[in-house]
Write a protein that binds this ligand. Structure first.
Ligand code: F3S
Length: 105
């Protein structure tokens, strides 16, 4: 699977949504996640994300909390299939440190 990680938080550019062939993104207030059982590992979303927030599982340490968080919240949040507008302050948040602790949702 592929996994959405910290830098999506408050950036939420959603270019990933537009290119996903299986519509496996789910949307929370501040970030998106990927449903690990629906992702086909095509990887097309990776270069599309301006925040470089999406990684193949092989590039993430197995103990990372992002595996669990993507799975859990893909089951709770609604599916998203249309890109829409990113937050107005997305660029200001791109690269901000430790967004998870303060802004995950
Ligand atoms: Fe997030 Fe990047 Fe998609 S910022 S919404 S993973 S394009």
């Amino acid at each position: 699977t592929h996994v959405v990680t910290d830098n999506c938080i408050k950036c939420k550019y959603k270019d990933c949504v537009e290119v996903c062939p299986v519509d496996c993104f789910y949307v929370g207030e501040n970030m998106l996640v990927i449903h690990p059982d629906e992702c086909i590992d095509c990887g097309v979303c990776v270069p599309e994300c301006p925040a470089v927030a999406i990684f193949p599982d092989s590039d993430i340490p197995s103990e990372s909390h992002w595996f669990e968080l993507n799975r859990k919240f893909a089951g709770l949040w609604p599916n998203i299939t249309k890109k829409g507008e990113p937050p107005g302050d997305a660029d200001a948040w791109n690269g901000a440190p430790n967004k998870f602790a303060k802004h995950f949702s």
